[in-house]
Design a protein around this ligand. Structure first.
Ligand SMILES: Nc1ncnc2c1ncn2[C@@H]1O[C@H](COP(=O)(O)OP(=O)(O)OP(=O)(O)O)[C@@H](O)[C@H]1O
Ligand SMILES: [Mg+2]
Length: 500
């Protein structure tokens, strides 16, 4: 394993005169799983986009298997075996799994016709080799987000990949699902594929990676073998100092006679929400745990009026409400931070400021005119509090790093005066430093009397903030557990498993 497959030397990259990568060195050995770590905006995705030909470097060099490479586009990189699974999915929902895997590389018959049969059988083989069960004929829009991930991996594998880059592959996966991904990674490693792994989840790194390289503000901090570095040292290298807050549970006082603010009764929606009932009280932080596909996101989407409700009732502040659209949900005082920030959370072409004030336009306008200076001030304050890395709130959000976009989706709802805040995977893609701050902000919101419903696949975070945790299985809430009664993560992990 001592052969160096990849050598990136003294890489420099600036966007509009702002340096994003400053003489970064990155070396990876054949067959290793190499973690690339660093806070939001550190430059990880940019470095990988250079390696895959999405961006061109300003200075520096790339060597693969001892040969210098210059990539003008992703297909140049693919030709020498470099593929990336992007933070933002690139699948086409209306096509099948197989069609997505072979998009632009469809196997052909004589006369150029697409060989569907071969495409499906080759896809089936790749999927089977990965050890997962999805059908190549399923439409991508009908499979859950977690499986999009698997489809993306299958797509990369179909291209004779030698170096596979995964950018935060587990951000919406639970621990057991992550284990499936890890077994895929181990299989790939055994077959000689080199993996570059980007993640903000510390425990994963130690489980699956051989070595780690940390970037901070576009420069190298360290490269170390996982065996030689402690979790604490790693975190300190990432945040550049010691962590301010930690993800520990703080028991919150529960008010007597508190009122229910949101009651969901026998809710049905689509095929995934079968019979969901729960009550959320004012001032409460209610967690929701479940496996990929258990219907958590679909439940909150139905409550918020994104997906149609086909049965059951939603009561807000004691009276029955018919919510047919997000607009009506907002009028009832609800807010939703969605799981898929790219398609649902932000208007990418709009500025940081425009995105942040969108749901609070009413409050910030007087006679239809937005109070600009007041809005600027509020947005600036939030950007600072959440440490969103942007030099100008008037620039478009498409220029921000993934984690910083996620923080903005959250900021957007914090600014708005919502009584009932629903958060779907609020810290997915957010770095370790900001995670604890977000948990702290969520506590502040609940302490002010508002109610928060949090869906999260990360048990550590769910246990750190929830007063109570709902267990969702196969479209139903099967139990509600008081946080006080929960001894550890394993207990919740076990509770969400579906008995076979
Ligand atoms: N196309 C672009 N134009 C201008 N600035 C950009 C562009 N792409 C990235 N940046 C900036 O480069 C910096 C590094 O971004 P990058 O996406 O590489 O961070 P990251 O380490 O992947 O962070 P995250 O963990 O949030 O995904 C950020 O400050 C970002 O705003
Ligand atoms: Mg990134």
């Amino acid at each position: 394993m001592n052969h160096t497959i990849l050598r990136m030397k003294e890489i420099e990259k600036a966007f509009n005169g702002i340096t994003v990568l400053d003489k970064v060195n990155f070396e990876v050995k054949t067959g290793e799983v190499h973690a690339l770590m660093g806070g939001n905006g550190a430059g990880k995705s940019t470095l990988m986009k250079i390696l895959t030909g999405v961006y061109q470097l300003d200075e520096g060099s790339i060597e693969i298997d001892g040969e210098y490479q210059q990539f003008s586009n992703p297909s140049d990189a693919e030709k020498v075996g470099v593929s990336m699974i992007f933070q933002e999915f690139s699948l086409i929902p209306k096509l099948t799994v197989a069609q997505n895997i072979y998009l632009h590389y469809e196997p052909r018959k004589a006369f150029g016709m697409i060989n569907d049969k071969k495409m499906v059988s080759d896809s089936r083989k790749i999927i089977a080799d990965m050890g997962i069960s999805i059908s190549p004929n399923d439409l991508v829009e009908n499979i859950s987000l977690g499986y999009w991930q698997m489809t993306e991996i299958a797509k990369a594998l179909s291209k004779n990949t030698k170096i596979l880059i995964m950018d935060e592959p587990t951000s919406t996966l639970t621990k057991s699902e992550t284990k499936t991904l890890f077994s895929i990674i181990r299989r790939l490693k055994e077959s000689g594929i080199t993996i570059i792994y980007i993640s903000h989840r510390m425990d994963e790194i130690f489980e699956v990676c051989d070595r780690i390289t940390v970037l901070r503000n576009g420069t190298n901090v360290i490269t170390a073998s996982c065996a030689d570095i402690t979790m604490e040292a790693l975190i300190n290298n990432i945040v550049g100092g010691s962590m301010g807050q930690s993800l520990k549970w703080i028991e919150r006082p529960i008010k007597e006679n508190r009122k229910p603010i949101l009651e969901v009764k026998h809710l049905q929606s689509g095929s995934r929400v079968k019979d969901v009932s729960f009550t959320l009280y004012e001032g409460e932080i209610l967690g929701m745990a479940g496996l990929m596909g258990s219907g958590r996101s679909e439940t909150v989407r139905a409550v918020f009026g994104v997906d149609a409700i086909s049965g059951g009732e939603v009561h807000v502040r004691g009276s029955k409400k018919l919510i047919f659209s997000p607009k009506e949900a907002i009028q009832e005082g609800l807010g939703l931070v969605p799981e898929d920030r790219r398609s649902q959370g932000l208007v990418l072409e709009h500025s940081v400021k425009e995105n942040t004030i969108l749901p609070s336009l009413g409050a910030l306008s007087r006679r239809q005119i937005i109070q600009n200076s007041q809005a600027d001030e509020k947005v600036e304050a939030l950007v600072k509090k959440l440490k969103v890395k942007t030099d100008d709130i008037h620039k478009t959000v498409s220029l921000l790093s993934g984690g910083n976009q996620q923080k903005l989706v959250l900021a957007k709802w914090l600014l708005n005066d919502t009584d009932i805040l629903i958060l779907d995977e609020p810290t997915s893609g957010v770095d370790i430093g900001a995670k604890a701050e977000i948990v702290e902000i969520i506590r502040e919101i609940a302490d002010s009397g508002k109610a928060v419903l949090v869906v999260s696949s990360e048990m550590t975070e769910l246990l750190a903030m929830s007063d109570r945790i709902l267990i969702m299985k196969d479209g139903e809430i099967t139990s509600s557990i008081d946080r006080k009664e929960i001894k550890g993560e394993e207990e919740v992990e076990r509770a969400i498993q579906v008995e076979k």
